[in-house]
Design a protein around this ligand. Structure first.
Ligand code: G4P
Length: 527
């Protein structure tokens, strides 16, 4: 197969949802379709079990197990599908944000009874930053759900994206009859069976007026469906794939993941319309996947919590060309040539050494502590990919050295953990104290534990009251200087020496934005 053909047949995406909406279940059903697993329950996903939240070691242990399922590759009808798993626990949201920098599209799972929830909204904001194409799967139709039109409106309003249903449900809960597929013009009749690996029975109904519909679902549901479909066709424009690819329009499907219902329709449509690997941007130029020379970037580093195996795995997303085992590549940041004798690929449950990988694929590289998030590998060109920012943290604490004899160990530990993307380090302009910012509170425990066990250093946390950190810049040097002078006690610098404003409250932030019109406030490190 040519490089172009390999690229065209790849779909790299993530499934995102608010915890409990059904992401793990849907992932598993997709893998069953691909034949990548054969029994339900085989996916040990990143999902962190309920009740384990107070025990972060258990969470890390589960995360450790989940390395193998971080990327799940499988083949379906000659299409190579790479699902990038994301942690369900919101304290690890930054992991999820970063994973979204490596995908070409996203499937959002929404619980039909609950509608759009907080985490879904936050994740959608990240998708919007890169105009990532999204598809929506409204799940749990076997339970009493909100009205489908209300759900569609809610998605549109809350996720700020136009929607176009490509399937429409017939009732929900105990009276759930099935889904009419507006894309293929057929009716899938609902049967509840978790063990199904092929979908429920499907009836071709090209003409909704046909009496066949009444005989299948009963007269009143048939009448309801006819009027619903008429309304759908009247209210929504025809599906526009280009608008979907631009991230402006989300096709919507309905189903029940646990019953494996509506999943086939989703997958069939997904492989048809979802994008294959797209262009990537670097500081110097745009990279086409079809360029013959290999390039790629590290979007995630996973450390092993087992003290006997302290190695890390760096996840490399291939952006162009063909990656080869044992070939020398330039590690752009260090300027060193490196080759990898055992790069791994992930096929469902199995991790195996690979000889080649193509754009869209994720390769696991063995790392002894040299790689950082955002590191680029090329065949010689000094590229730096953009679109892999740090996200504005929301939890902050001062970090203090608790053992004066271990100052160096602490510094090294903090440095490496920040490179892994566990948290972000800021230095206060007021007093030079070090502040750690994270997306979730759990990270503080993780950092303390790892500093102690991996670096022999010990730290102490002290509270600091900050609402949000944002990067500031301005073309108006005078106003920026004035801003920094007045906000001196709230200013800090990040690891790269850039100015960061630590707002005490959302009100203080809004006021600063109002009073300093020429200062730009950024919520990610890339601008
Ligand atoms: P997540 O990864 O998004 O957090 O969600 P997950 O798939 O683990 O699903 C959360 C719960 O919702 C699970 O139940 C799962 O069985 C259930 N679920 C998923 N899809 C459907 C569906 O279509 N209909 C219904 N009724 N339930 C669904 P649980 O009790 O939390 O876990 P389990 O013991 O069943 O695994």
């Amino acid at each position: 197969m040519t490089l172009q053909e390999e690229i065209a047949r790849r779909r790299t995406f993530a499934i995102i949802s608010h915890p409990d909406a059904g992401k793990t279940t849907l992932t598993e059903k997709l893998l069953l379709f691909g034949g990548a697993i054969h029994v339900a329950g085989a996916v040990k996903s990143n999902k962190i079990k309920k009740g384990a939240t107070s025990d972060f070691m258990e969470i890390e242990r589960q995360r450790g197990i989940s390395v193998a399922t971080s990327v799940m590759g499988f083949e379906y009808r000659d299409v190579k599908i790479n699902i990038l798993d994301t942690p369900g626990h919101e304290d690890f949201a930054e992991d999820t944000y970063r994973t979204l920098t490596a995908v070409d599209s996203v499937i959002i799972v929404i619980d039909g009874a609950k509608g759009v929830e907080t985490q879904t909204r936050r994740l959608m904001n990240v998708c919007r930053m890169r105009n990532t194409p999204v598809m929506v799967f409204i799940n749990k139709l076997d339970r009493p759900c909100k009205d489908p039109f209300d759900l569609l409106d809610e998605v549109e309003r809350e996720l700020k994206i136009r929607v176009r249903p490509l399937a429409f449900p017939i009732s929900s809960g105990a009276t759930f009859k099935g889904v009419y597929n507006l894309y293929e013009h057929n009716l899938s009749l609902f049967t509840s069976d978790e063990r199904l690996t092929a979908d429920a029975s499907t009836v071709e109904i090209d003409d909704l007026a046909s009496a066949e519909l009444d005989s299948r679902i009963g007269g009143s549901y048939a009448a309801q469906l006819r009027s619903d479909v008429e309304l759908v066709e009247g209210v929504y424009d025809a599906f526009d794939r280009e608008a979907y690819l631009r991230g402006e329009l989300a096709p919507v499907f309905f189903g029940s993941a646990v019953n494996n219902f509506g999943v086939r329709e989703l997958l069939e449509c997904f492989i048809r319309i979802a994008p294959s690997p797209r262009q990537s941007t670097t500081e110097t130029r745009t990279i086409e996947p079809s360029e013959p020379k290999m390039s790629g970037f590290v979007f995630k580093i996973h450390a092993n919590m087992d003290p006997n195996h302290r190695d890390r795995i760096a996840f490399l997303k291939i952006c162009s060309g063909m990656f080869e085992r044992n070939k020398n590549y330039l590690h752009v940041r260090s300027g060193k040539q490196l080759k990898f004798s055992s790069p791994t690929a992930f096929m469902a449950e199995k991790k195996s050494v690979i000889d080649f990988a193509y754009p869209g694929d994720i390769v696991g590289l063995h790392d002894t502590g040299n790689f950082k998030i955002g590191d680029t590998f090329t065949e010689g060109e000094k590229l730096k990919f953009t679109g892999i920012p740090s996200f504005s943290p929301e939890q902050f604490r001062y970090i203090e050295n608790a053992d004066p004899m271990k100052f160096k160990q602490l510094a090294k530990g903090i440095d490496q953990l920040m490179d892994e993307g566990v948290a972000q380090l800021f230095t206060s302009s007021l007093n030079g104290r070090k502040i750690i910012g994270t997306v979730g509170a759990l990270q503080f425990e993780v950092i303390q534990y790892r500093l102690e066990h991996e670096y022999g250093a010990s730290c102490r946390w002290e509270p600091i009251s900050i609402h949000k950190a944002c990067w500031v810049e301005s073309d108006n040097a005078e106003q920026l200087a004035d801003f920094k002078r007045r906000k001196h006690s709230n200013m800090a610098v990040d690891k790269h020496g850039r100015d960061v404003f630590l707002a005490d409250t959302s009100y203080a932030l809004a006021l600063a934005q109002e009073n300093f019109k020429d200062v730009r406030f950024h919520f990610t490190s890339e601008f």
